[in-house]
Write a protein of this length. Structure first.
Length: 93
């Protein structure tokens, strides 16, 4: 595991990374950290990174911004999962 991976595996470092994205792209965070009960209510997977505060769900107002945000998050080493109505961005496992 390299230094960048170790850096991103903390809640504070992930939050900083999301703030970097916020400075460059327009999006709204619709979900970040979750309790196990909340995660179950919204249909989250049992090992969701939301439970560790290492994932965010984001929505954009345009397809172009969605694509830019996806590329930007991936360039920062994050995993991006396209969901039906949002993108899920998390620290890679």
């Amino acid at each position: 595991m390299d230094i960048e991976d170790k850096f991103l595996k903390t809640e504070l470092a992930f939050a900083r990374t999301v703030l970097v994205l916020a400075g460059q792209y327009q999006f709204r965070v619709t979900s970040w950290g979750r309790t196990a009960a909340h995660n179950a209510r919204v249909g989250g997977v049992i090992n969701s990174r939301h439970l560790e505060w290492l994932a965010v769900d984001m929505v954009c107002d345009s397809v172009d911004e969605y694509l830019r945000l996806t590329q930007g998050a991936e360039l920062l080493g994050l995993q991006v999962i396209a969901e039906k109505d949002h993108i899920h961005v998390q620290v890679k496992r």
